[in-house]
Design a protein around this ligand. Structure first.
Ligand code: PLP
Length: 406
């Protein structure tokens, strides 16, 4: 088996299975309640399911490019962010944000180009950057509020820096980058003549008074930003695989060419149904937000009550990045293993979202290794799932009412 591995390319060898997937398999074996993976376990909206069924029955079952998606995306970007997007040239439809992001990196990254990312971050970016031959450079966001230190950010640039990756609202922390932070990022991109790739899949999921602002809306950024997003999170259809990249025409064209070579087209019936989804009334987006806000409050209260340290209440997206109780000696990985085995609940150890480069910063923080103290709980789950998780956790409380894993 080992010699056979030698047949793999060095890129393939460097990309390993996601810890999230592995835990999900363990959770399945233990029949654990899954608060690990970032997909809803409640039904997708019926108006868009009906549209997909009707598209299949109308025989939209062949390779297809649905221009109407580009038209709607251009309208929405104008309404939400005042951006001027040409739907004929500036939008590339892809198989989810995941493919849009991969195609974007292949479109702009050459071997040895450095790419700045914020740490912690969503796990797929690094693999794509490496496949494109790029070198990830991580800038740690400072706990407990995951603030951006402008000095650390500016220091991460070099002559080889080609792009900055920004995900806001942010997985895993639920942070929504502030206007001031975005201003700093935009300023540095302009000064250094760098591109930005944004991941805005949680653009419609923000809480309280938080508002998602696209980096592309800052002066001089539209022409150097590739926005990626998708239907997945906004419409609870992560399996439909419809997403898009919005970029200056020459980059969007390169992304389209790569997309055609890799997958040809996104699923035809779901592209058709996307037209119905994107046309959803404002009330749809309002209730998406308020439903997720209630779920956020539920999980924050639940975990705070049983001893987790919640310094930072998510401002957007649908994850809570909670710190393990102070007096608990377990690492995040050990804690999650026990959570699965003893409580029958699975979440994700935070270490999977942090990266080695941050270790330099770690040492300067009084040797406190925060990177193995966090657990990510996904709250994109039905009320029933959340209540069942609460019940299981409630069975393991000690006399002080705290979760007691042995
Ligand atoms: C930050 C972020 N980006 C992208 C994705 C995947 O998006 P898509 O389903 O459109 O590929 C996820 C899914 O968890 C995510 O959390």
């Amino acid at each position: 088996m080992e010699e056979k591995r030698e047949l793999l390319s060095s890129v393939a060898k460097s990309i390993t299975a996601s810890p999230i997937q592995e835990l999900s398999h363990l959770a399945q074996r233990c029949n654990a309640i899954n608060l690990a993976e970032g997909f809803p376990d409640f039904p997708a909206p019926s108006h868009i399911k009906d549209a997909a069924i009707s598209a299949i029955n109308s025989d939209f079952n062949q390779y297809r490019h649905v221009q109407g998606i580009c038209d709607y995306v251009a309208i929405v970007m104008n309404q939400m962010h005042g951006l001027d997007v040409n739907p004929l040239t500036d939008v590339a439809i892809c198989c989810g944000q995941t493919e849009a992001f991969a195609a974007a990196t292949f479109a702009i990254i050459d071997k040895g180009d450095e790419v700045v990312l914020f740490d912690p971050c969503y796990e797929t970016y690094e693999g794509c950057i490496k496949m494109a031959g790029g070198v990830p450079v991580y800038v740690p966001l400072d706990p407990p509020h995951w603030t951006l230190d402008p000095n650390k950010f500016i220091k991460s640039f070099s002559r080889r820096t080609k792009a900055v990756i920004l995900n806001s609202p942010h997985n895993p922390t639920g942070k929504v980058f502030t206007k001031d932070e975005l201003e700093i990022i935009a300023g540095e991109c302009r000064t250094r003549n760098c591109l930005a790739i944004t991941d805005e899949v949680y653009e419609h999921i923000t809480f309280n008074s938080e508002k998602h602002i696209s980096l592309a809306s800052f002066p001089g950024m539209r022409e150097r930003t590739i926005i990626t997003s998708s239907l997945s999170k906004t419409f609870s259809v992560t399996g439909w695989r419809v997403g898009w990249a919005i970029a200056p025409a020459f980059i969007a064209s390169a992304i389209r060419n790569i997309h055609v070579k890799v997958t040809d087209s996104a699923p035809a019936p779901f592209q058709e149904a996307a037209l119905t989804a994107l046309r959803s009334p404002p009330e749809y987006f309002e209730s998406l937000r308020s439903d997720y806000e209630s779920r956020r409050d539920y999980i924050v209260n639940l975990l705070a009550r049983i001893g987790f340290k919640i310094h930072f209440k998510p401002q957007g997206a649908f994850f809570l990045f909670a710190e393990i109780p102070e007096n608990c000696p377990l690492s995040d990985v050990e804690y999650v293993r026990k959570l699965i085995q003893q409580a029958g609940v699975v979440a994700v150890p935070g270490c999977g979202f942090f990266h080695a480069d941050s270790s330099v910063e770690k040492l300067s923080q009084d040797s406190y290794n925060y990177q193995d103290r966090y657990i990510r709980f996904a709250f994109c789950k039905s009320d029933h799932t959340l209540a069942s998780a609460a019940k299981r956790l409630g069975e393991l409380l000690d006399a002080a009412g705290c979760l007691n894993l042995k």
